[in-house]
Design a protein around this ligand. Structure first.
Ligand code: HEC
Length: 314
């Protein structure tokens, strides 16, 4: 069991325990009282499960579905705004008094299970920032051992619903290379066997799942609007989207190739590109943005065999 599984399980057990000791929680106001139902997941026999190594192939931990409106109220009720600003929210009208990263627009950048883990175990992933880590190396975010599974699901739904609002410049957290979008620079050292960098070019890539049932709408948007907008970008030389059929949710990777780094930086700093990306974000799940000096998808020669040319083959 990894840390997240353990944390999720512990959270579930804690809440089951709490339910026995305390009266059932009242439905939070703002919720319709009807709980969203989870979509049935993968089905398999015990034998198949064991054969696949204990978890189904492509397994990702799930979070119970929640109600974003109720989650927003829970966010206030549990005092989260004391440390976390969410731009555009009335409860963030005054600056937070405690230390914590801004959460504006973070729904576009992390999967639901990441949010769940951040709440179940703030020490699991510790972000570096002034006042965010105590002298013993722990996160200064409090633990919420009495949080119910319902509150957890609702909070995650709320955090997931936070998209970059119109007109705001920065995303949350560090890692900005400047401009409107957080970009992680991938160094060549982290790309073993990487093909030689074509002179000058900069590649900008993101891998993502299309939101359920939105693939056709996404393609229609691209044909009607997106395409023309990409063509307007000065110094953009190629747009390629790849599909990974091997993964259960067939994620896509889109790669933009720029003539040079200057063109890429101009693109990043242009408010029009932030707007373009915002439109695109409406169709897709959480993702990061990465920049490299060489194609981010390539054949790893250290893990491949060209059987036609292997001499020792009998
Ligand atoms: C006393 C201040 C404080 C309070 C209250 C607090 N947090 Fe945090 N939170 C932090 C700090 C500091 C971090 C960054 C350190 C870390 O990664 O744990 C953080 C990190 C997070 C992250 C991860 C952010 C990222 O970009 O990866 C999430 C999500 C989060 N908090 C949500 C919440 C929610 C929801 C609540 C209310 C239930 C809450 N926090 C209450 C201080 C706080």
């Amino acid at each position: 069991m990894n840390r997240l599984e353990a944390a999720l399980l512990a959270g579930a057990l804690l809440s089951v325990g709490a339910a026995v000791l305390v009266p059932a929680p009242v439905a939070p106001t703002g919720s319709t009282g009807e709980r969203p139902r989870a979509t049935p997941g993968v089905r398999l026999t015990m034998m198949e499960l064991h054969r696949q190594g204990g978890v189904p192939r492509g397994w990702k931990p799930r979070v119970p579905p929640g109600d974003a409106a109720a989650g927003r109220e829970t966010f206030v009720a549990l005092g989260c705004p004391a440390c976390h600003r969410v731009a555009g929210e009335p409860f963030s009208a005054t600056a937070p008094s405690g230390p914590g990263p801004e959460l504006t627009g973070m729904g576009s950048h992390h999967p639901a299970a990441y949010f769940a883990e951040a709440l179940l175990d703030p020490d699991a992933v510790i972000l570096e920032g002034a006042g965010w880590i105590d002298d013993d190396g722990h996160s200064t975010m409090p633990a919420y051992p009495d949080m119910t599974v319902r509150q957890l699901g609702d909070l995650v739904a709320y955090l997931t619903s936070l998209r970059q609002p119109e007109g705001t410049a920065a995303g949350h957290g560090p890692g900005m290379m400047g401009g409107a979008m957080p970009v992680e620079a991938v160094s060549s050292a982290s790309l073993p066997d990487a093909p030689a960098a074509p002179p000058g070019r900069t590649y900008y890539a993101q891998s993502y799942d299309v939101l359920p049932g939105r693939r056709a709408a996404f393609e229609n948007w691209f044909a009607a609007t997106g395409k023309a907008r990409f063509l307007e970008i000065e110094g953009l030389e190629a747009v390629d989207t790849y599909v990974d059929l091997e993964r259960p949710d067939t994620p896509l990777t889109t790669v933009l190739a720029f003539r040079d780094e200057a063109a890429f930086r101009t693109f990043l700093a242009d408010p029009a590109s932030a707007e373009l990306w915002q439109q695109l974000d409406g169709f897709i799940g959480p993702h990061g943005h990465r920049a490299t000096d060489r194609p981010p998808l390539y054949r790893a020669s250290g893990l491949s065999l060209d059987l036609a040319t292997v001499e020792s083959r009998r």
